[in-house]
Design a protein around this ligand. Structure first.
Ligand code: ZN
Length: 161
């Protein structure tokens, strides 16, 4: 068990670096003039606020950007989101959102039981560390709520409350 523990500590460190990197140098940051869909996300608990822009061509997300301000986790999560969803079909992106939220809210067992249906979260596993801090889960999922709103063309801002 000791070796396992060391491994997971190493991973934790790696993920922390990944989050800090995305928070310091967010990818796809700024307005997207060609956006076809957009939504605002607000997390009143932490003061995170962002606007997500999507360019959707048919069923496919062809570009994504975001702007706004917030804590490191919310910015890193939005940056990872844009990196992840570009090129995805909208329904794929929504499925990804669902899987990520289930992971972060601790419904891991239900997730594991879905044999053969597990999505590879890839770099987004970096966000799993927030599971131990329920208030930070809202920071990590804010951009994803905005993604869902943007795709569904919801007029009201997506809020974590
Ligand atoms: Zn936050």
């Amino acid at each position: 068990m000791t070796a396992m523990r060391a491994n997971s500590e190493d991973l934790r460190e790696l993920y922390r670096e990944l989050i800090l990197d995305h928070a310091r140098s967010p990818r796809h940051f700024g307005k997207l003039p060609s956006a076809t869909h957009e939504a605002e996300g607000i997390n009143p608990l932490c003061g995170d606020k962002l606007r997500l822009y999507l360019e959707i061509d048919g069923e496919r997300i062809t570009d994504a950007r975001f702007e706004g301000s917030g804590c490191a986790i919310s910015v890193a999560s939005a940056s990872l989101l844009t990196d992840t969803v570009i090129g995805m079909r909208t329904e794929e992106a929504i499925a990804f959102f669902d899987a990520l939220v289930r992971r972060l809210t601790g419904d891991q067992e239900a997730e594991d039981q879905r044999s053969g249906n597990g999505l590879d979260l890839g770099k987004l596993r970096a966000l799993e560390g927030v599971r131990e801090f329920p208030s930070r889960v809202k920071c990590a999922t804010l951009a994803w709520h905005a993604l869902q709103s943007a795709i569904n063309r919801n007029e009201a801002p997506a809020t974590t409350e």
